[in-house]
Design a protein around this ligand. Sequence first.
Ligand SMILES: [Zn+2]
Length: 182
Amino acid sequence: MTLDDFREILKEARPSFYQYPQPVRVYLHWTAGHYYTSFPEYHICIDADGEIIESLPLTEIPQATWHRNTGSIAIALCCCAGATAYKGDPYEVDLGEEPPTDAQIETLAQVMAAISDVFEIPIDNEHFLTHAEAADLDGYGPETTCERWDLAVLKNDDEWGSGGDILRGKAIFYQQMEANNE
Ligand SMILES: [Zn+2]
C-alpha cells in the first residue's frame, strides 16, 4: 500500500487504541527472515523494495515484543535472515546476505512519521523503540543475553546500538519535510 493508504488505516484504527491507559508505543523489528516474506506477528511488514504490507489488522494485538504487545504497533523490516552478533568490544556484527535495504529504512522512517502525526505522539525513544532497545529494558537485549537485537545496527559498520537514533532522526526529518509542504 502507499503511504497515504497507510495513513488512512492508521486513522481508522486510532479509536481502538483509546482503551489503553498509555499512548501507543511503536516497536521496530526485523523479521530475521527473507526480503519478501511477511509474518502476521507484526502489523506492518516492509519488504526489500520498501513496499508497505499490512500483515495483521492494527486493531489486533501483535505477537512481536515480549510483554509489550498490548496497545502497541509492531512494524518489521523483512530482512536479516542469518544475521549474527557476537558479544565483544565492540560487537562483531554480520547482517548476512539480506541486510536492511535503503528503501526499507527510508520507508520505515516515513511510516514512523505518519504514526507520530496521526497518533500525536513525539518521535522519541519512549514512543518509538527498536526491539533491541525494548529488549534491553526487559533484560534480554544486547546489554545482557542479546536474545533480541533487531535494528541495533542498520549496516554492518554502523556504531553498535545506533539503529534507533538513526531511524528516529530520519523520521523527524520526514515529518518536518511533510509539515513544510503543507
Ligand atoms: Zn523483533
